[in-house]
Design a protein. Sequence first.
Length: 368
Amino acid sequence: MNLAPSLHFIAKACLICAGVIFSWLFTAPTTRAHDIDVTGVARLFLDERAETNQANASDGDAESAYGYSLSIVDTKVPPLIQFEKVLPQRCTPQAPTPNSYRFSCNPRLSSEDSLLFPWALAGVVLVANWHDGSSHSSYFRGDGVFVEIPLADVRAPSAALGRLALRYLELGIEHILLGFDHLLFVVGLMLLLGKAGSTARYLKTITAFTLAHSVTLAAASLGLIRIPVAPVEILIALSIILLAREALFAQRAQFSLSYHYPWVVAFIFGLIHGLGFASALGNLGLNPDDIPVALLFFNLGVEGGQLLIILVCLTLAPALLAAARRVGGVQWLGSPEHTALVATTALTYLLGGIATYWFIERLPSLWV
């Protein structure tokens, strides 16, 4: 009796169940990958003002006391119980208002100062509005215990620009590597391309995805289009499901237009994923003047992260398949070609199972 068909069917069923369980255990809290609860990024606004006596001060007293207001946009950020520990020693806390913390510094805050927040967050975006009318913003990464904000990054324009570019390059790489829905879409593209995917074909497809999400990311970040987050998140999950379906057809030698023109599929779905990226970038509350630089380097980071994923997968896949064939009890996998087919089919079903869970889990958000 040939058990291979039965084993194949059982493996598919188990993988679908495993995908749902895996998604529930590990990724359910991150299915809305762009909320502050998930990214752990808080938004702060620092406003500098001249104190009453400062307006009438002589030029020699130009570095006397200045007043500051620190507003925290996100209500889920822990309150600052000992606010004085956040500030430089020469600064004095004042009575807070319902929406902000106030303090004064003599002399005023300079590029040599830092603010140290006792928050276990992934990072903080600070928009600083200075008394001279200038405004700068930047993203500051946390270390799991504190978030330190060197004011040089938002005080000196030339230094701020370089640090802003570097931080958003890092943020783009991080977002594609830790944003599981976007990560799985890239893996799905690789499964669709399969062994017939040459280096040029991979690069063409991934670049089409990058160009597409760059278009909608820029349009949404600049306020040209506005779409609620909930339907975007649902469409992202649906795009992965459809991509997994097309990959399965390709593995069965049922080649469709998606297989022959994967860059077209990548571009169309990339437009949707760009709106997801925009919700992540938009939630950071960037200063409008900093948006072009942030967009450019965020996109470069995303592209770099995607290419890194492809490089790692293409490097590890042959080694993993060879190891699987050496493990006892899997001789039924047959030839190396059949082993590769079983592995890619299993991974495609797992991909589709996780995306299906996300799709069902996100549907109620349309009515919330």
